[in-house]
Design a protein around this ligand. Structure first.
Ligand code: UFG
Length: 340
């Protein structure tokens, strides 16, 4: 059994990826500092897979703890690095926190990985690196635009750090997965998204509104140059996204890379407007959602959806679940955590 380290393994995408790794026979070690996650997620994972991952509560900013961890687990065959701060608005107000948390930790990890016998590394990147792309769908060759937030900048710089490190360390094999908009929850409703405070993202805001925690959803702008006037995104089911990590890891471990640093878009290839997401929610939940058209949100791009040909043909991965599947699972999860 190959041992895989998952940093941030109790977070939203991390926990779903741990489940898929265990389903595929990997032994999983989780590092998480619990700053934006709960230890209960571990029980959720165990109740789905009947396997308990190794768990270490550890702050990756603590360099000596990271060194000690790798001394103890010197048989790690792959690392999937999710642990990072991810709130776009917060990053604007606290840039140094974001640069320290998202970049120092990456550097400490890579330092240790270079000392391992084999090193396969997967980095959580984001479609935010493209900004407002000039052409849709967005291919991996689309230009990287100046970042609109320190958070987005940490993803761009993170990719550069890995690319530079791969250039001079040919034994390091890395893949950056550029996620579009991850939504949904595991079909069992045992793990899902747990936003702290008022959700900033569309889907948890919708489900919390329907659950009665929020009075209405604000639709940020209906005067965009799109068919219905609302912004378009590529919403990818978190279980499909989790599976993409397993495909990427197998590509690395089987030595199938074309170069030792590769990037892949992970999305569905389909763009959906905010109003289409609301309609999907209403369809699968049978509830009507209270929403109002309000002003545009600063910093929002008009449209972003992925060209997934590279992931489909080279990684061999393709999303399988629909927007309706994702909205239903998000709603079932919300009902589960609110005891509805
Ligand atoms: N939206 C609303 N009302 C809300 C929340 C969102 O109308 O209450 C709209 C937004 O304006 C946008 C769409 O729903 O059109 C999606 O918004 P999200 O906040 O869910 O997602 P974003 O596309 O803005 O953010 C995502 C990731 C970030 C990443 C960013 C880069 O969540 O991590 O893309 O573009 F940085």
């Amino acid at each position: 059994m190959k041992k895989v380290l998952v940093t941030g393994g109790l977070g939203f995408i991390g926990s779903h990826t741990v489940v898929e790794l265990q389903n595929e026979g990997f032994e999983v070690v989780i590092i998480d500092d619990l700053s934006n996650s709960s230890i209960d997620v571990l029980n959720g994972i165990v109740s789905i897979t009947n396997q308990k991952p190794i768990f270490e509560k550890l702050d990756l900013k603590d360099k000596s703890s990271v060194e000690l961890f790798f001394r103890k687990h010197n048989d790690i065959a792959g690392v999937i690095h999710f642990a990072a701060n991810k709130a776009v608005g917060e990053s604007v107000n606290k840039p140094l926190l974001y640069y320290e948390n998202n970049l120092n930790t990456l550097i400490y990890l890579l330092n240790e990985i270079l000392g391992l016998e084999t090193s396969s590394f997967i980095f959580s990147s984001s479609c935010t690196v493209y900004g407002q792309a000039d052409e849709m769908p967005i291919t991996e060759n689309a230009p990287i635009k100046p970042a609109e937030s320190p958070y987005g900048n940490t993803k761009q710089i993170g990719e550069e750090i890995i690319r530079d490190t791969c250039k001079v360390n040919l034994d390091l094999n890395a893949i950056a997965l550029r996620y579009f908009n991850p939504i949904g929850a595991h079909a069992s409703s045992k793990i899902g998204e747990l936003p702290i405070g008022v959700p900033q993202n569309l889907v948890p805001y919708i489900t919390q509104t329907a659950a009665g925690l929020r009075s209405y959803l604000s639709v940020f702008g209906d005067d965009y140059p799109t068919p219905d006037g609302t912004c378009i995104r590529d919403y990818i089911h978190v279980v499909d996204l989790a599976k993409a990590h397993v495909f990427a890891l197998q590509r690395l471990m089987n030595g199938r890379q074309d170069s030792n640093f590769e990037t892949f878009n992970i999305g569905t290839g389909v763009g959906s407007s905010v109003l289409e997401v609301i309609k999907s929610f209403e369809r699968v939940s049978g509830k009507s959602l209270n929403y109002k058209m309000t002003a545009r949100r600063e910093g929002d791009i008009v449209s972003a959806y992925a060209d997934t040909k590279k992931a489909n043909s080279i990684l061999g991965w393709k999303s399988q679940l629909t927007l309706d599947d994702a909205m239903l699972s998000a709603w079932n999860w919300e009902k589960h955590i609110r005891n509805l």
